[in-house]
Design a protein around this ligand. Structure first.
Ligand code: NI
Ligand code: MN
Length: 227
C-alpha cells in the first residue's frame, strides 16, 4: 500500500505508511476546520514542529490514549516528559533519525515556539520526512528563507507550505519558496482556518502553474494524497 497523506486542516497531517500511523502538528478539537476529533485518530508517532497551541493542542491527549512517541525538539520533549509522557524522541535542527516509518530531519523555521504555559519551546522546526515513495517537506510555520534551496536539493515529491500570511509566509513568499525548493507537488496550508489567514488558494494555485514547474494541489481538509 503506498503511503497516504491526509490533510487535517490548518497545519495538521495524518501520514499512513504500510505499517505506521504518524500525526504531524495535530490541532483538531478546537480547530474550526478539522474533519476529525482527537479521540478518533490513530498514531504511533506524533511530530510536533513548535510550541504554539494551533500545532500541539491535542498532542497530550492523543499521546496518552495511543501511547504514541512524541517527536520534537529537545525542549518540547522535556516539557511533555515533565507531564509524565516519557515516550518521546528529542531531536534538534539539522539532525535526522531513521524511524520505522522513514527518516525525519528537522529543518530551520523562522518563527517562535513558546509553549502555552510560557515555557521555553526551543526552536521551531520544519520536517523533511523521507517515505519509501519520496521526500516530503513540511515547512510548518515559517517565513521565507533562502536556505530552502538546500532543503530542496534532496529532491522533494511534495511540499506543504503555509500561505496564510500574517503569522507565516503569505502567497507571494510561498511562490518564491517554490522557486527554491522545486518540489514536484505543493499543498498550500495554514490558511482558511480563521479570517486573518484566509487566502484565495485557487488564484495562488494558478500562479504556481504559470510561474513554477510545481503542480499545485488544492485540497479540502480530510482529503488524502497518495505519494
Ligand atoms: Ni506558530
Ligand atoms: Mn501556526
Amino acid at each position: 500500500m503506498p503511503s497516504e497523506l491526509t490533510w487535517l486542516g490548518h497545519g495538521s497531517w495524518s501520514i499512513r505508511t504500510a505499517e505506521h500511523a504518524v500525526l504531524l502538528d495535530p490541532f483538531l478539537d478546537d480547530s474550526p476546520v478539522a474533519p476529525v476529533k482527537a479521540a478518533d485518530v490513530d498514531a504511533d508517532f506524533i511530530l510536533v514542529s513548535h510550541g504554539h497551541f494551533d500545532h500541539m493542542a491535542d498532542v497530550e491527549k492523543i499521546a496518552r490514549r495511543t501511547g504514541a512517541t512524541i517527536v520534537s525538539n529537545f525542549e518540547i520533549c522535556q516539557w511533555y516528559g515533565a507531564k509524565g509522557l516519557e515516550n518521546t524522541h528529542a531531536m534538534n535542527l539539522g539532525g535526522g533519525f531513521d524511524f520505522p516509518f522513514g527518516r525525519v530531519k528537522l529543518t530551520i523555521a523562522h518563527h517562535t515556539s513558546m509553549l502555552p504555559d510560557g515555557a521555553n519551546g526551543g526552536n521551531p522546526a520544519g520536517f523533511v520526512v523521507s517515505l519509501p515513495e519520496g521526500n516530503v517537506y513540511f515547512a510548518c510555520d515559517t517565513g521565507l528563507f533562502y536556505d530552502m534551496k538546500l532543503i530542496g536539493a534532496c529532491g522533494l515529491a511534495l511540499a506543504a507550505l503555509p500561505i496564510g500570511d500574517n503569522f507565516t509566509m503569505g502567497p507571494d513568499d510561498a511562490l518564491e519558496a517554490l522557486k527554491l525548493l522545486h518540489p514536484k507537488r505543493v499543498v498550500p496550508v495554514h490558511t482558511g482556518t480563521w479570517p486573518i489567514i484566509d487566502q484565495d488558494v485557487e488564484t495562488w494555485a494558478d500562479r504556481v502553474l504559470k510561474e513554477t514547474s510545481t503542480e499545485p494541489l488544492v485540497i479540502s481538509p480530510g482529503a488524502a494524497i497518495s505519494l
